[in-house]
Design a protein around this ligand. Structure first.
Ligand code: SF4
Length: 329
């Protein structure tokens, strides 16, 4: 499969009264066309900022973004506008991202008008087609966002994102503000559209069960850095970083006979403001050694296509395998 997007050593820092806040600090990955990269981590780990920098809603501090073989890291205003047609975003909270004064029809037609893409009649046809595509009944065309439930509002957000026929979409926690019953419907819409239109997604979420369901690959972030990246199946079967292990151990298992080693995270999260050259997980890691405070770990391909940033990854996993054997009895 052809590579659609490559990101190399991407950084985004923000000025803060206490110093530079390293929101995204040296993240690298690539995504093939038609795939979904799930980006997971706790709130404030930089995953949403990463999504926004990749599609240039925010300018990167440094690093490289290659989209369809072209370096789009620094583009002119005009080029950025063109790029926006191909790279779109679906926001977490459709209510705050939609203009409350516009009805559904106008909200979906808005990007088409901005880009002056179609005549009036064709635009109308396209808006209704988009409504059909995302499962939004045409009778809601002249309703306003406040008259609709969260699921229908998110369908408007998806229709807007699709209106310019993008190839790549950042889905930024698109289901976390929705009821559980509606979450599955929206995930199905996103998956069906991906198949139909060969879309490529970055799916930002804190919910690992969603990521397991929808992603081809998973990137785990912690305090602005990438700590682990692997194919979804591989990551869920063989998590190697202590932080990923802790995240996965918190997912409920529907089998009462299954004994899972629960990992509880204690300690302070390292500050992302002017961080020291040390592992950012060091204050919460059960396996921290002196080396972890002396230098931040680099990314290493520990298994084929499975990258981890941890000085002690091999020792930890040998130890945990012994503990699991012991638990099994
Ligand atoms: Fe833990 Fe050290 Fe690995 Fe960081 S580098 S995750 S502190 S063992």
């Amino acid at each position: 499969m052809a590579e659609l997007l490559r990101v190399e050593n991407l950084k985004k820092y923000f000025k803060n009264p206490a110093g530079m806040l390293h929101a995204v600090d040296g993240v690298s990955f690539s995504i093939n066309a038609g795939d979904t990269l799930g980006v997971v981590g706790e709130s404030g780990c930089g995953k949403s900022t990463l999504g926004r920098v990749v599609i240039k809603l925010l300018e990167p501090t440094s690093g490289t973004i290659i989209f369809k073989g072209k370096d789009v890291t620094s583009v002119t205003k005009k080029e950025k506008k063109e790029l926006r047609k191909k790279m779109q975003i679906i926001f977490q909270d459709p209510f705050s991202s939609l203009n409350p004064r516009l009805c559904v029809f106008d909200l979906i037609a808005d990007p088409l008008k901005t880009y002056r893409l179609l005549g009036r009649a064709e635009r109308q046809k396209k808006v209704f087609e988009l409504m059909d595509m995302v499962g939004l009944a045409r009778r809601f065309a002249y309703s306003y966002p406040h008259e609709l439930d969260g699921g229908r509002r998110q369908r408007i957000g998806i229709a807007r994102a699709l209106s310019l026929d993008p190839e790549f979409i950042v889905c930024d926690e698109p289901v976390s503000a929705l009821d559980v019953s509606i979450q599955a419907q929206i995930l199905n819409v996103l998956q069906d559209l991906q198949q139909e239109k060969h879309l490529t997604y970055i799916f930002v979420t804190h919910d690992l069960s969603v990521v397991k369901h929808i992603s081809t690959d998973v990137l785990v972030m912690y305090a602005g850095v990438m700590v682990e990246k692997a194919k979804t199946k591989e990551l869920f079967a063989t998590p190697l970083h202590p932080y990923t292990k802790a995240l996965l151990s918190a997912i409920p298992v529907p089998d009462i006979d299954y004994k899972r080693q629960k990992v509880k995270l204690k300690g302070e999260i390292s500050s992302p403001i002017e961080p020291k050259d040390e592992c950012r997980f060091v204050n919460r890691c059960l396996y921290a050694t002196e080396a972890c405070r002396k230098k931040a770990p680099g990314y290493e391909e520990v298994l084929p296509d499975h990258f981890v940033a941890c000085h002690n990854v091999r020792e930890i996993n040998n130890l945990m395998a012994e503990e699991a054997d012991h638990l099994r009895g």
